[in-house]
Design a protein around this ligand. Sequence first.
Ligand code: NAP
Length: 327
Amino acid sequence: MKKHVVLYKKLSAPLMERLEAVAQVTLIENPKSAEGLARLRDALPGADGLLGASIKLDAQLLDLAPKLKAVSSVSVGVDNYDIDYLTRRGILLTNTPDVLTETTADTGFALLMATARRVVELATMVRDGQWKENIGPTHFGTDVHGKTLGIIGMGRIGEALAQRGHFGFGMPVIYHSHSPKPAVEARFNAQYRSLEALLQEADFVCLTLPLTAETEGLIGAEQFALMRPETIFINIARGKVVDEQAMIEALRNKQIRAAGLDVFEREPLAADSPLLQLDNVVATPHMGSATFETREAMARCAVENLLSALAGDRPKDLVNKEAWKHA
Ligand code: NAP
């Protein structure tokens, strides 16, 4: 009998075909709406596998799925899942690393350039018909090339950001991570720093680490106080790694120069968020991996991970390795 897969994210036609060749598929559209969530709850009792992203699958919800064998997330971040709970139940959790690394680093660099050179603010001025004379110092930005790039979380995306900064823009790279990375240091002439030293020294402070119990609220008032009025803060990790209110204060008080933000405490960001009142903020809609090519590659990766898990094989991108023993 075919396994039952509940999809809570639409797939392209070829990927849907690939999945339907081996599984019975139920697609839940708009899973964030009340009706979508009700449909998801109704489908869970029959589910052998789940595939999707961007909704919190907590224990209460997954208790409705007694047959569940695997959850395949179309993301690299796994903060929407209770990993201990999944492991206890022997449910495999997979993610989609690597395929989104370069695209997400591109987004990081786009934010870095946009904030430093005030691209959005000045382009809006032109669009609004407010470009009346040659621009002067009140509209000048600050250089990117040669400035110090500080990366917090030297993993796949951090490394791809370091590559862009070092080779493309001649930026000295400093970083903070759980542990020093000798190969990265050799490749990019990068230097390890304590978190405090990095915050004091970097011209660009970029967050590229996961949201975990340990990193939630990692950057708050105390950390913004260590940055300089020239510092530009970039977050392409997760909103909750930062105390958003403390960041707003730091931006308002010009404790830091600007922020480029792809992620927020609550998403979608409310239209009345104080962040949107600030000229020195460039805010994007969690678009780190959002290109046609990369989103398709992520979905393909998620489908293959799920099919492996349901076939009883160890999926390539298994997150909770301990669950494999129980699977
Ligand atoms: P990764 O390869 O696992 O890298 C994460 C790095 O963070 C690791 O090298 C780890 O250091 C470091 N780290 C973890 N906890 C830390 C802590 N408490 N202090 C210092 N460093 C810490 O992951 P990735 O593929 O680069 O992705 C990183 C994150 O980016 C994801 O988890 C996701 O939340 C986010 N992301 C966002 C978007 C977007 O659309 N904006 C897209 C993709 C990913 P060690 O190696 O030393 O343990």
